[in-house]
Write a protein that binds this ligand. Structure first.
Ligand code: GDP
Length: 205
């Protein structure tokens, strides 16, 4: 997929106020500092569509962007920032679960994980939640430039082994680096292919 246009639409804290245009939507989520803003900018060929974080945990909003006038890219707040209070953690969870459970046109979530780290409980629990809620997801490994090819392979293998302890099938996954521009085509082609499938299902129903 070529990016012809990428525009910010709206930020808000309520799923009910998200854009009404019924086009396919893909949501990006992960721990604070995982490289989500950098990835969104890399995917869309824009320098600062998503704001790279100054203060982790600060951007607590659902941010909609429209890409090529035919799908929404959603930038969700980063989770797992240690310094937020219990109350704000609970509020955050509610706000995110409302989004995932109520947003009809959500096609898939992309859960971002830093390729350097072992599988983290917070990410695995979040994927478990998505699975139990029937929400398709793919994994995006970020910051691949920080490791050598062998270590990338080993870490991805370990991650898959961990997932296979609880999942029968592995989700799609992508290895990316925003600084080296790795993985852009694979992620965009996955989205394009999925959009085409949705279109053809619509035409046949
Ligand atoms: P967010 O909090 O998940 O939106 O993460 P950011 O995109 O703001 O990135 C967090 C930090 O990781 C910043 O210092 C980025 O420069 C760095 N970073 C993000 N992506 C990459 C990457 O692909 N490679 C490297 N080496 N650093 C990255």
């Amino acid at each position: 997929m070529k990016i012809k246009s990428a525009e910010f639409v709206i930020s808000n804290s309520e799923v009910a106020k998200c854009p009404k245009n019924p086009i396919p939507e893909y949501a990006f989520i992960g721990r604070s500092n995982v490289g989500k803003s950098s990835l969104i900018n890399m995917l869309t060929d824009r320098k600062s569509l998503a704001k790279t974080s100054g203060k982790p945990g600060k951007t607590q909003l659902i941010n909609h962007f429209i890409i090529n006038n035919n799908w929404y890219l959603v930038d969700l707040p980063g989770y797992g920032y240690a310094k937020v209070s219990k109350t704000s953690k609970r509020k955050f969870q509610k706000f995110i679960t409302n989004y995932f459970e109520q947003r009809q046109q959500l096609v898939s979530a992309f859960v971002l994980v830093d390729i350097r780290h072992n599988p983290q409980p917070i990410d695995l629990e979040f994927m478990q939640y998505l699975g139990e809620s029937g929400i398709p997801f793919a994994i995006i490994f970020t910051k691949a430039d920080k490791l050598k090819p062998k270590a990338i392979e080993r870490n991805v293998d370990d991650y898959c082994q961990e997932l296979l302890k609880t999942w029968e099938e592995l989700p799609p996954y992508f290895i990316t680096s925003s600084s080296k521009k790795i993985g852009q085509e694979a992620v965009l082609d996955f989205i394009e292919g999925t959009n085409e499938e949705i279109e053809s299902l619509k035409n046949h129903s």
